[in-house]
Write a protein that binds this ligand. Structure first.
Ligand code: DGI
Ligand code: FE
Ligand code: FE
Length: 190
């Protein structure tokens, strides 16, 4: 599918604000793919569709998680996590995207997972640092992403986990596992 067609499909699904965010993720993912040797076409497609399901009703997302035998522990944690796996399912079903690597990058763009692929890391970090983001600490992550993708991923995960802890929220186990896996294997501690 070409860029214009993909953008048209996504625009119908999300708000103007989220669409602008999506365009920022696309630009950033393309830059990261060029910088770190990723597949630019897959990065563009995954970035365009990453938040496809963001505005689906919670009930619909819940039904999909159950009927598609996705991990039911998702239902115990923050509903903010749901649009990622549900998005991967709907993008295949409704937009006809079949590339497994692209679908996985959408699936894991919120929680992360252990042993993330290069494409998954690119989408995760691009989502965190796109120009429209203004979280505390995002500048540091942007700087790290100029040369070190794993370092930027560790910092994004650390910031998100801290954010959740400070707000008394639960942290999805995969987010912790992703962070632990990366930090235990990091050559230089960030
Ligand atoms: O969809 P976006 O807003 O662009 O970004 P996202 O898909 O990374 O969603 C992030 C939101 O999910 C963020 O507000 C934090 C929230 N969240 C809730 N529980 C968890 C979580 N994020 C992670 N990584 N892990 C959690 O357990
Ligand atoms: Fe998202
Ligand atoms: Fe996003």
């Amino acid at each position: 599918m070409n860029r214009e067609e993909a953008l048209r499909l996504v625009k119908e699904q999300i708000t103007e604000h989220r669409y602008i965010h999506t365009l920022g993720v696309v630009d950033t993912a393309l830059q990261l793919a060029k910088r770190f040797g990723g597949d630019t076409q897959k990065a563009e497609l995954a970035a365009i569709f990453h938040d496809y399901a963001k505005f689906r009703p919670k009930e619909e997302m819940k039904e999909i998680i159950i009927s598609q035998n996705m991990r039911e522990d998702l239902l115990v944690y923050n509903p903010e996590l749901w649009h990622a796996p549900v998005g991967a399912f709907l993008v295949e079903k409704e937009a006809g995207i079949t590339d497994r690597e692209v679908l996985d990058a959408i699936n894991y763009h919120t929680s992360g997972r252990v042993n993330m692929t290069l494409l998954e890391k690119i989408i995760f970090v691009a989502d965190y640092i796109e120009p429209g983001r203004s979280f505390p600490g995002v500048e540091e992550v942007r700087k790290t992403a100029e040369s070190d993708l794993d370092g930027a991923l560790i910092q994004s995960l650390r910031n998100t986990i801290s954010f959740l802890l400070l707000r008394n929220q639960a942290v999805y186990p995969d987010t912790f596992h992703t962070y632990n896996h990366l930090i235990l294997n990091a050559k230089e501690k960030i």
